[in-house]
Design a protein around this ligand. Structure first.
Ligand code: HEM
Length: 356
């Protein structure tokens, strides 16, 4: 009797938790041709486990790295699509996308973590998962392991063969000094709605910023839309407009992925103009309010927007390649390939054609 009650208890718990999981996974989200939810099922079914396990370890030491990985995915997708081009080193073709001003403040460790993950995944499965897919999975886990929603990621992206120019990088990544109208129209060209814009900006619920990204709001005159006590605190961290220090972006709960970023905006404690103005603009203000009052709604819209962002201009099928090293395109990587061919032949080399 006792054991059957126990069985019923555990089986209903199991059903409940699986329902919870399924309701969080939005398989109804529109998906780009060439990507699929189970893309790596046959060739690398452990990929998501490998990524999750490694990131748990990384975040245990430093949860700040989660923010770096989330931002890396955003910077990858907005410039030339989610093709891992931000990971490429510069070449004779010119300075890389990575060195363009908006990318200079990406965390160096984020690049190392992605390369470590690629190494772990390729060791287990061979060269079948792209760096761009790994970036998307790492961003997803960064959100979830910081307290945010879990969601499934459409997979099957290929890595790009080129990086964007410095100008293209600057043109595609909005400046923190932009107002909401500028952000809305810039992101509309990427097919993102005002709800997507407000939800994605919620990525600023974790992480830090350098003074240089917001000191124009403090000096020479203080932005009147900024809460005075908040401004006072920022001036202590950044006493001049050339101070090189960092401060948290969500003063309320800086390492937790939650909806408090929107509460900050209502309290006029948003760090950038691009954040704070979302609470001034008449189209986005009600969305900010709804997310501040309803975290579940924020999570739902954030997941939708991330899935959309994660599929921007992706390369699939025959387009692009699966890099053997995230910072180097395969054509420039012959030395590394001959080493692999000798060491672990069939696992690492998908097709001889790709080695040309
Ligand atoms: C809408 C336009 C956006 C602007 C203007 C913007 C701007 C910025 C700036 C200036 C920083 C600080 C850089 C520094 O000084 O160190 C930053 C950090 C960050 N951004 Fe954004 N961002 C935007 C959208 C997004 C999106 C869509 C996401 C992700 C969904 C995101 C996630 C982050 C994260 C997590 C950090 C902290 C990074 C860290 O701690 O290393 N941002 N952003």
């Amino acid at each position: 009797m006792a054991s059957s009650t126990l069985f019923l208890f555990f089986s209903s718990l199991f059903i409940f938790t699986s329902l919870l999981y399924v309701s969080e996974a939005d398989y109804s989200a529109p998906i780009v041709k060439g990507l699929s939810w189970d893309y790596h099922h046959k060739t690398c079914h452990k990929v998501e486990k490998i990524v999750r396990k490694h990131l748990k370890k990384v975040f245990k030491d430093d949860i700040g790295q989660a923010a770096g990985l989330l931002r890396l995915h955003f910077h990858d997708c907005f410039v030339q699509g989610c093709d891992g081009s931000v990971l490429l080193d510069g070449s004779h073709g010119g300075p890389s996308e990575q060195t363009a001003p908006p990318n200079q403040s990406l965390r160096k460790q984020a690049f190392d973590i992605i390369e470590d993950l690629r190494n772990l995944v390729h060791r287990e499965c061979g060269r079948v998962v792209s760096c761009a897919d790994i970036v998307a999975l790492a961003a997803r886990d960064a959100v979830h392991l910081s307290g945010g929603p879990h969601y499934d990621v459409p997979l099957g992206r290929k890595d790009g063969l080129t990086f964007a120019t410095q100008n293209a990088t600057l043109d595609n990544l909005p400046a923190p000094t932009s107002n909401a109208s500028t952000i809305l129209s810039a992101l509309a060209t990427k097919n993102l709605t005002p709800t997507d814009v407000v939800a994605l900006s919620g990525g600023h619920t974790i992480g830090v910023s350098h003074c240089s990204s917001f000191t124009t709001r403090l000096y020479p005159t203080q932005d009147p839309t900024m809460d005075k006590t908040f401004a006072h605190g920022l001036k202590e961290v950044c006493p001049t407009n050339t101070t090189n220090a960092t401060t948290v972006m969500d003063i309320y709960s800086p390492i937790k992925f939650d909806n408090k970023y929107y509460v900050d905006l209502i309290n006029r404690q948003g760090l950038f103009t691009s954040d704070q103005d979302l609470y001034t603009h008449e189209e986005t203000k009600p969305i900010v309010e709804s997310f501040a009052h309803d975290e579940k709604l924020f999570f739902e819209k954030f997941v939708k927007a991330m899935i959309k962002m994660g599929q921007m201009e992706v390369l699939t099928g025959e387009k692009g390649e699966i890099r053997a090293h995230c910072s180097i395109r395969n054509n420039d990587n012959k030395g590394y390939f001959s080493f692999l061919a000798e060491e672990e032949d069939q696992y690492y080399v998908e097709s001889k054609d790709e080695l040309r």
